[in-house]
Structures are given as C-alpha cells and as structure tokens.
Design a protein around this ligand. Structure first.
Ligand SMILES: Nc1nc2c(ncn2[C@@H]2O[C@H](COP(=O)(O)OP(=O)(O)OP(=O)(O)O)[C@@H](O)[C@H]2O)c(=O)[nH]1
Ligand SMILES: [Mg+2]
Length: 464
C-alpha cells in the first residue's frame, strides 16, 4: 500500500466479506465521517447531533433522487476513542454485494475516498493508538492454527510484546545516557557508571531479556504456524497416501507411477490439540525430467527447514540404495521412521529393520488400510512432548521480522558490552547502544523503514 495517507482524507470501505451473510458493514473514518452520513441518513426523528458510541435506526436515502436505499443501523464513534483515533461511522445494512457497493458509492459521492487495504489499521498505527507489533497481530489472528496461537496473538494485540520490548529499550536508553555523560565529561569519574557496572547492567537488563524473547520466537512458529512436519522418502513408498490418510481427505494425487508428486503440498493438521503443518514432497531419486528435478530440489529445501521429518519406507521391499542415501541425509535430524504397506508381506531383511529401529523411533503402518495410524499419531505427540521444540509458557511470540531485529539488537549490545570490557572509547560503546536501540524501535514501528511498513500493511484485507 502506498503510505501517503493524508489525515484530511475521509476513507470508506466495505468491511464485511463478499458473499451471503446476515448483515454487511460499510466503515467510514476521518474528519468528514459524520457530515457525510448526515447527508444520507434519515431517522424517524430528525436529528442534528449524534452521541458517540450509540446506535441509530433509520434509512439511507440518496439525497439527489430521494430514493430510500436500505433500512440501516448506524453507529457513530467520536475521535479519539475509536479504532483509528478519528471519527468513525459504521453503517450496518442488509448484506449483498450490490447493496453494499451502492451504499459505498453513496458515501463516496459525499466526499469520502475508497480506503486502501489495511488503511484503517494503518491510521490506528500512525495516530499512535497501536504499535507495529499490534498491527501485525491483527493479520495473524486470522491465520492462527491453534487455540494457544490465538491466545499469543491476542496478547500481542493487547500490546504485551511492545511492553516487553520497551522495557529493554528504556534500559538501553538509560545506559546510553550514562555513556554520553562519560563522553561529555570524561574527567568526572564519580558521576558515571563504572565500566564494570555498565557491563553487568547490559548483561542483565539487555542481553538476558533479549535472549528470552528470541527463544520465544520458536514457540510462535509452533503455535501460530504449526510444527513443520515434512514427509520424505523414495518414490512410490506411499508418502502422498500417508498425507491423505492423516488428513482424512484426498489432498494429494496417488498413483502407482513412481514420481507422481512433483509439487510441495501443505496442509494444517491438529493432533490432540498440537498444530502441525503437514508437507508432502516429491519422492527422492535421480530425477528423470526437469519438472521432477525441480520438485526434488524443493523437497531438499523443505527437509532443511523441517521441525520433524516423517521418513517413509516401503516395508514390502528391501532397502534400496536411494533409501539408504535418504537415511544418511536425515541423521542428526528429528525423524520418525514410518514403515509403510504392512498390509503386504514383509520384504525388509531383519538386519535392515534393526538398522532403522536403532536410529529413530519406528512405526509400522498401512496408509492404504489405516492400520497403525493411531500409533503414528501417538509417536508424533511423544516427539512433540519429549524432544520437540520447546513449546514454552511465554505469553508473547515474536515473529520472524521481530526475531531478526532482536538478534540485531542483541549483537549490538553484545559489542557494546565487549567495548566496555576492552576499554574501547566510550564513543564506540555509545554507537553500538544507539544501533541496538534503533533495532528495537524498528520492531514497534518507531524507526521502521517505509518498505517494511508497506509490506506489513499490504497483507491486510479491504476494510481492515
Ligand atoms: N498395499 C499398499 N499400497 C500402498 C500403501 N500406501 C501407498 N500404496 C500404493 O503405493 C503407490 C504409491 O503411493 P503414493 O502415495 O503415490 O506414493 P508416493 O510416495 O507419494 O509416490 P511419489 O509421489 O511418486 O514419490 C500407490 O499405488 C498406492 O496405492 C499401503 O499402505 N499399502
Ligand atoms: Mg506422492
């Protein structure tokens, strides 16, 4: 979204999704919001003034033709106690895209302009009602994959993450103030923090809380996005069948032809309340054609970022060269071995079976009949509870953008502490502290570059 949103503009948009629904809402925000609706709203008792945060019943009327358009409930919310901190009017009408478009046009004819996606929330941000982490949470609340994820995002909307970051930032500003005094008055030793005290304070007030926040990012990935669970194996061992069976639907194409899956197929899945993002991949082999080779390349990328790999073998056959190669590539990863096709006679040699079982937890299933699927689900739950990523009991969850800035701040403050230790000039220490403070400011939107703001608000839908 272009961010040149003039505060003099009054903006309007349909705030409810297209399609059939009980009601539809047109939202108007800006200095002319009330004047606009006064032109088009007629109630039983003519009124000049509207009280804030009240609902009014009446009709919308085209002021030129005098035609009544719909019976509506109108709510007026006076600045600054509103979503955008500007005057807001919401028109609750009957639903239907045609009707809502007509109401929107009527509002625009009186001087409003069409809002860009996310512009209401952008105004809330620019007008200081919410910070950038809260704005981001408004998008995430829609996408959250679990109850806990929803809770984390709700905390973020309340500003919990912002407060945690401000705490660190304020502490850094205080330490910086001491450093600046030391620069300006080098001879007045007694006034300033000793280098030793400065180091301790950086460690305790900056580095430690930042490390905790960075670790909290991991739990967000899990609760908001789901545990990244990638199904991997040689061609034709039954990966896509396994995905379909776990999801209880035919999501991926299954055929006896080796190399059926070429694209990455992702789907959310919840097992006992644990959110997973299940990923089916192209079977690994020496790719025969270009499309398959690209698919295999994508598979390898997905394997790298997996939290958990479901490594599938066809137990009705011997281990093949390709199987062994994949097993090698998965060493030191979190793996559950899935021996598929147990409805068929066993083909694995006992020593092959032992080899697999000695490496990782192993579950035998039939993706075709569903046999063993409960054991597989249990194995996934066990993995998550025992060896899985730390789910944490934190109430905040930084996203990837936050995490990068937190790491940047951590690096700056670590160098600042190092500078104090090595008796480097205070100017250098102050410089590092300032850079760290800027990185933290970027998270909450104080010093965020415009292109980052644009990419954040471009994820919003119309009317939000
Ligand atoms: N008997 C039996 N056949 C199975 C089972 N699982 C899959 N198959 C069959 O094995 C063949 C390959 O299954 P897919 O699920 O497409 O295998 P894939 O690993 O996704 O294969 P690619 O996408 O080609 O790598 C199909 O004919 C399936 O019906 C099983 O548990 N038992
Ligand atoms: Mg497949």
């Amino acid at each position: 979204m272009a961010l040149n949103s003039s505060p003099d503009d009054t903006i309007a948009a349909i705030a409810t999704p297209p399609g059939q629904a009980g009601i539809g809402i047109v939202r108007i925000s800006g200095p002319k919001a009330l004047a606009i609706v006064k032109e088009i709203f007629r109630s039983k008792y003519p009124r000049d003034s509207f009280e804030t945060h009240r609902l009014y019943l009446g009709h919308l009327v085209d002021p030129v033709s005098g035609t009544a358009i719909d019976e509506v409930l109108l709510s007026f919310m006076k600045a600054p106690h509103t979503y955008t901190r500007e005057d807001i009017v919401e028109i609750n009408s009957h639903s239907g895209y045609l009707l809502l478009s007509r109401i929107l046009k009527l509002v625009m004819d009186q001087g409003a302009r069409l809002a860009r996606p996310g512009e209401f929330t952008f105004r809330a941000f620019i007008n200081g009602r919410i910070d950038l982490t809260q704005a981001e949470a408004v998008v995430d609340i829609v996408n959250s994959q679990s109850e806990k994820g929803l809770q984390l995002v709700a905390e973020q909307i309340k500003g919990t993450l912002r407060r945690r970051i401000e705490l660190v930032k304020d502490a850094a500003v205080e330490i910086l103030a001491h450093a600046e005094v030391a620069i300006d008055f080098p001879e007045e030793d007694h006034e300033i923090l000793s280098r030793e005290e400065g180091m301790n304070r950086i460690k305790e007030k900056l580095l430690e809380p930042l490390r905790v926040l960075i670790a909290d990012h991991k739990s967000r990935n899990i609760w908001v996005d789901g545990i990244n669970t990638v199904i991997v194996g040689r061609v034709n061992v039954g990966k896509s069948s396994l995905l379909n069976r776990l999801l209880n639907e035919t999501r991926a194409i299954v055929t006896p032809v080796p190399g059926t899956t070429r694209d990455i197929i992702e789907s959310p899945l919840s097992i006992e309340g644990i959110p997973l993002r299940l990923v089916d991949t192209a079977g690994l082999r020496q790719g025969t054609d270009q499309v398959e080779r690209i698919g295999i390349h994508l598979t390898r990328q997905k394997m790298q970022s997996a939290d958990l790999i479901l490594l599938v073998f066809d137990q009705s056959e011997h281990l093949q060269q390709e199987d062994k190669k994949i097993l090698d590539q998965c060493r030191s990863r979190n793996v559950i071995i899935v021996l598929n096709k147990i409805d068929l006679p066993g083909g694995l040699l006992p020593k092959e079976r032992e080899l697999l079982a000695s490496e990782f937890p192993t579950v035998a299933v039939s993706a075709l009949t569903g046999q063993g699927m409960d054991r597989l689900k249990q194995a996934i739950v066990n993995f998550v509870l025992k060896d899985g990523p730390d789910l944490g009991d934190s109430n905040v969850a930084p996203n990837l953008r936050h995490r990068k800035a937190l790491e940047e701040a951590l690096a700056c403050f670590t160098r600042a502490a190092g500078g104090l230790k090595k008796s480097l000039p205070m100017e250098i220490v102050a410089l590092e502290l300032r850079s760290g403070i800027d990185a933290l400011g970027e998270i909450i939107g104080e010093t965020t570059p415009e292109h980052v703001l644009e990419s954040i608000f471009s994820q919003f839908c119309m009317g939000k």
